[in-house]
Design a protein around this ligand. Structure first.
Ligand code: SF4
Length: 764
């Protein structure tokens, strides 16, 4: 597979009341960043403020921003008008970055644990002491148990710096972001195996005639540039088909909403693929020129009829036919969204996304207006400024945590396997974890197992901005500068109009917070790793920018962002060379076949809820990012707690009214720690309940988020590992509700067909 490191690591992406109460320590707020305008302090509001270009990280979409600074304080955040994607705009979370920087709960100094793990009781120590202790423990653990006993969980823009340290220590147990194993893994692998590229949601919705979303919640999942493209598409008259058990924000705007039985999406897609082939609705010329394996595909899907799919998926035959006919009539200008969070059922997730990729190819919706498009290649300098190599004499463990997953190497070591090895000592002991920028207790399936593993470790360190649950388990906590206070890597955005930009400090770090580059370099020094060859972050960025004839200074002269020439669309007369082994779009996956995985997707039934239970699904609210923003004052005020969606007919039978408060209990007897308000609605299937993700923090150090609402994560205790790469499922748990102390069965209003087996309740 011809993916270079940069392409692979490139992410898919990616009121002022409280300020008065905030005491700012003397001398820590002078802005070091390039001044784009002089400051006139006598003007009201943000007028006359110094403007500093940077990049948002309130979520991982990385919108270019302008931070406005007055008297050393950030007073406003706006979109960078030079950005072709967001322009002046930022979303609610982007605006609220101000409240992250001035959050009184922020971690202020390095600290050492003095209470039990998980209690969050620490004593202040110096940076020297903290870093010395981390280095001592890393070295000691490596000597005693071997390099594989070290593991890193990381996420976000700064992750690469810390990952280099763990690579340099000789371990392969860095997770390349839990976000892959719990989020993007299946979709990335499916598109890489089909097209040779991670599509990473590059879907040209603004020029499409019909859009298709499978469980994609744009608008709730508020990635600004993408939401703009989607809304532009709608404004331009595009039709929208939404397949989702819930009447989500996009279902609300859909021409056709298909409230599918959870777990049967692949059945519908396979029937659609068969229907398109049998009825000659595909783009023959495109398929002939660009695809490999059409005959095998035709043969493989011929048994999946529309009638069968309608029954399995619990949908009306007329509706599913109308939807696929609508798509076919507008090909190739159809935006079949690749999806983002794809860790649903463990088994079948990769194949579900393969089906989306295949349907896209059959319609020829590839590199045309309205279809998927590929990243314009931009060759940044391959700086060796931050580059650690594993030691040559490192002893490979006899058994790798990736051994059972032929495609895990694309993503690092599966998080679930790291946790299992830590708990059991098999196939080898893992004794030390680093956790950087990720609240693993709120991210990884079965937090009880994660906490059990944390208890068993010899040493844990955490690099964070806020005292999250995961940070409270650390022996040493390091306060990281947040995105408004630091440099990160160069970002090349590969959208329709690509651009290059850089995250840079809008103000100096508060308190004793330090940048990821500084922290990682100090670790490297202590561990005697020859990894950081640049004197400063500025030098590092200049090296990266050099090959496209830019420097940090030049970029800032251009307002912090330079647009590049994009080539998103193909020449219809020229064949494209795809980065797959065959150079074609692989409808039949040779790589999967080589590993004895199905080269053509098949439908594998996903276990249905046991009698009396409904499936728990989750999603996002537009004012929050994962569990990261619940302590942000402005965002907390907007949405302090979630509501549980329950079907109206089901609620009536259970005697539950809108606004009633209930406890949720799952199939293993785990209960929600708090009561949750019920939203009684016809907009969800009777066999499914829905809870927005990320609430119900258990960290008492997060004064606004603590115990606010209910956590979906603490109800996700059963998971299935994806056989391709080891991702862990998040939609394989079932719940009942407890009202006024009485456990209520959820009545079954939609019978389960005999081909779909049920989950059997077993005591754990
Ligand atoms: S979508 Fe919002 S939170 Fe995410 S990067 Fe853009 S402005 Fe920031």
């Amino acid at each position: 597979m011809k993916l270079n490191r940069r392409q692979f690591l490139e992410s898919a992406g990616i009121a002022t009341a409280a300020l008065a109460a905030w005491k700012i320590p003397k001398g820590v707020l002078a802005s070091p960043a390039p001044a784009a305008s002089k400051v006139a302090t006598d003007l009201p509001g943000s007028l006359g403020a110094k403007e500093v270009p940077s990049v948002c990280e309130m979520c991982f979409w990385r919108c270019p921003i302008i931070g406005k600074v007055k008297n050393g304080r950030i007073v406003k955040i706006e979109g960078n008008p030079k950005s072709p994607t967001n322009g002046h705009r930022v979303c609610a979370r982007g605006n609220s970055g101000i409240q992250l920087i001035y959050d009184p709960d922020r971690l202020k100094y390095p600290m050492k644990r003095v209470g039990a793990r998980g209690e969050g009781k620490w004593a202040r120590i110096s940076w020297k002491e903290a870093l010395d202790e981390i280095a001592y423990n890393m070295e000691k653990t490596r000597k005693k148990y071997g390099p594989s006993s070290l593991a890193l969980f990381d996420h976000g823009a700064s992750a690469e710096f810390y990952r280099q340290i763990f690579k340099g220590m000789g371990t392969e147990n860095y997770t390349n972001e839990p976000a892959f194993f719990q989020c993007m893994g299946a979709v990335s692998l499916a598109y890489v195996m089909t097209y040779g590229y991670k599509i990473a949601e590059r879907v040209d919705m603004s020029h499409s005639k019909v859009m298709l979303f499978f469980g994609t919640h744009l608008g709730e999942n508020a990635h600004l540039a993408q939401v703009r493209e989607y809304v532009t598409g709608l404004q331009n008259g595009a039709k929208l088909i939404v397949v989702d058990p819930r009447f989500s924000a996009p279902a609300n705007k859909a021409d056709i909403w298909l409230p599918i039985r959870p777990g049967t999406d692949t059945a519908l897609l396979l029937a659609w693929i068969n229907y398109v082939i049998q009825n000659d609705l595909y783009d023959k010329e495109f398929v002939q020129m660009h695809c490999k394996g059409f005959n095998e595909l035709k043969e493989g899907v011929k048994g999946y009829s529309m009638e069968w799919a309608a029954r399995i998926c619990d949908l009306k035959l007329h509706d599913i036919k109308k939807a696929i006919d609508m798509l076919a009539a507008s090909r190739p200008h159809v935006a079949i969204h690749s999806g983002r969070h794809s860790a649903w059922y463990g088994r079948g997730d990769v194949q579900r996304h393969r089906c989306l990729a295949i349907l896209t190819a059959l319609f020829g919706a590839v590199a045309v207006p309205g279809g998927i498009y590929f990243p314009t290649s931009v060759d940044l300098g391959e700086s060796d400024c931050v580059e650690c190599e594993a030691p040559e004499d490192v002893e490979e463990p006899e058994t790798s945590l990736k051994d059972n997953y032929p495609f895990a190497s694309y993503f690092g070591s599966p998080t679930a396997e790291i946790i299992r090895a830590t708990r059991t000592g098999k196939p080898y002991p893992i004794k030390l974890w680093g956790i950087a920028g990720v609240n693993i207790i709120h991210t990884i399936s079965n937090p009880y197992e994660t906490m059990d593993a944390l208890r068993k470790l010899d040493f844990v360190f955490s690099i964070e901005i806020l005292p999250t649950e995961s940070a409270t388990w650390a022996d040493i906590v390091l306060p990281e500068a947040n995105y408004l206070e630091r440099y990160d890597k160069v970002y090349v955005n590969h959208d329709l109009t690509p651009y290059v930009t850089v995250r840079q400090p809008v103000v100096k770090p508060l308190f004793e917070a330090k940048s990821p580059f500084w922290i990682a370099r100090e670790m490297a020094k202590r561990l005697k790793l020859d990894c950081f060859h640049c004197k400063s972050e500025e030098e590092y960025l200049d090296e990266e920018l050099e090959d496209i004839d830019l420097s940090l200074a030049k970029l800032n002269k251009e307002g912090g962002l330079v647009r590049l020439k994009g080539h998103p669309y193909r020449d219809p007369n020229k064949p494209i060379k795809f980065s797959t082994d065959s150079g074609k779009i692989e409808l039949f996956s040779g790589s999967f076949d080589d590993e004895d995985m199905d080269p053509i997707p098949k439908f594998e039934p996903i276990l249905a809820p046991p009698k009396g239970y409904a499936r728990l699904v989750y999603g996002r609210v537009p004012t929050h990012t994962f569990s990261r923003t619940m302590n942000n004052l402005w965002l907390h005020n907007e949405c302090p707690e979630p509501m549980l969606w329950l079907n109206k007919e089901v609620a009536e039978k259970m005697g539950i009214k809108y606004g009633d408060r209930v406890v949720i209990v799952n199939q293993d007897g785990y209960r929600s720690a708090n009561l949750v308000k019920v939203k009684v609605t016809p907009g969800i299937r009777p066999d499914t309940v829905y809870l927005p993700h990320g609430f119900g923090s258990r960290s008492p150090l997060l004064t606004k988020a603590y115990k606010q609402g209910v956590s979906d994560q603490f109800l996700i205790t059963r998971y299935i590992l994806d056989p391709f790469f080891g991702g862990s499922s998040h939609r394989t748990d079932f719940v009942k509700l407890i009202k006024d102390g009485k456990t209520l069965d959820i009545p079954e209003l939609r019978p389960v067909p005999p081909e779909i087996p049920r989950f059997e309740i077993k005591k754990v």
